[in-house]
Design a protein around this ligand. Sequence first.
Ligand SMILES: Cc1cc2nc3c(=O)[nH]c(=O)nc-3n(C[C@H](O)[C@H](O)[C@H](O)COP(=O)(O)OP(=O)(O)OC[C@H]3O[C@@H](n4cnc5c(N)ncnc54)[C@H](O)[C@@H]3O)c2cc1C
Length: 329
Amino acid sequence: MENYNFSRNVQENYNLTKKHLFKKKAGNAKFYYELKNDESLDNDLKEITKLYQNDIPFRIYGMHTNLYITANGYDGWFIDIGPKMSYLRFDEDTEEFICSGNLLTSQLVNYAMEKGYDFASLAGVPGMVGAGVVGNASFATGKEFGDYVKRVTLFDFESGKDVDIIPDKDFFWTRNSFIKKANKDKVRYFVKEVVLWSEQIGKKAVRAKFDAQMDLRIKDLRIGYLEGCAGSIWSNIDLRNKIGMSFRKVVIGTNEFNVDFNGARYSKYGSRFFTLDENTTEKDVAKLMQYTVDKMKELYHVELEKEVVFLDYDGEVDLYTYIDRYLDK
Ligand SMILES: Cc1cc2nc3c(=O)[nH]c(=O)nc-3n(C[C@H](O)[C@H](O)[C@H](O)COP(=O)(O)OP(=O)(O)OC[C@H]3O[C@@H](n4cnc5c(N)ncnc54)[C@H](O)[C@@H]3O)c2cc1C
């Protein structure tokens, strides 16, 4: 650590419970650092480049709304993107919205709505624009984040430089992107800036679309935050493609998912999000995951895809690795 020259204090053995939307305990990160979108950013990205070059594990997160952190924490650098000092500019000539990766998606949607530009399909998507681009976020079958993106500026930890990319048709796919894929095992790119474009249909028309989407979502969003959840564990888009309905509909349609493994369960309310209690263990969660996977195979003959990122001691792990690790512990 002494070889690094970050702009502010790096914290050691940092407890990640607060970085977790779930009401539960999470383990510690070996190191914790908060990136700020100010004059310190360039220096700090250079320092992270050194971590990259020295093969020291690190992950970068936004608002943690798509994150499940295990009780074992993370044996690396947990780098948080602070939400302050974000920017959003509108270019009158090109009708482009230029924003920092740490801008909240809700701020983009609301600002554009005032000007009559239509980003209403992103209404109610929590988190930052950078993360929305990485995960190609969307709601139900509406336009996806990638549909609005004209250019992204990424910081490339391999070269230590910014790179501007104009996404082509292979850049985004369902809840995924070139960036997410490239960052899977080792974080190579940081989303610095995003340029977006959408049609101008007038404030009233955008408001109507926005309200219609929020009417569908607001109750579930409130319940989700109240109960503590990280959105939908299971990819609803994937399920809709396979069986024509979301996981919520599946849960509502049968009693088979009315199970509780020491607090690991699906909510009885709202979107039937996955939730847990403070004393729920990883083993309990793994039991619920295994039960769900088996039941979905039995009832619908489908392999479930997870949507939420699971962060374990050695990095982001897939569902089956998680189950293998914790089911028999
Ligand atoms: C109640 C609720 C409702 C939700 N509804 C939706 C929905 O309708 N549609 C949808 O798509 N998702 C939804 N989500 C999931 C989540 O909100 C989105 O995935 C969101 O885009 C994540 O933003 P975040 O800032 O919280 O990212 P985080 O959870 O902090 O990170 C998500 C991923 O993005 C990466 N990342 C974040 N910022 C950057 C960056 N600048 N550069 C590189 N990588 C980065 C992280 O490494 C991580 O892999 C919902 C979640 C909740 C809790």
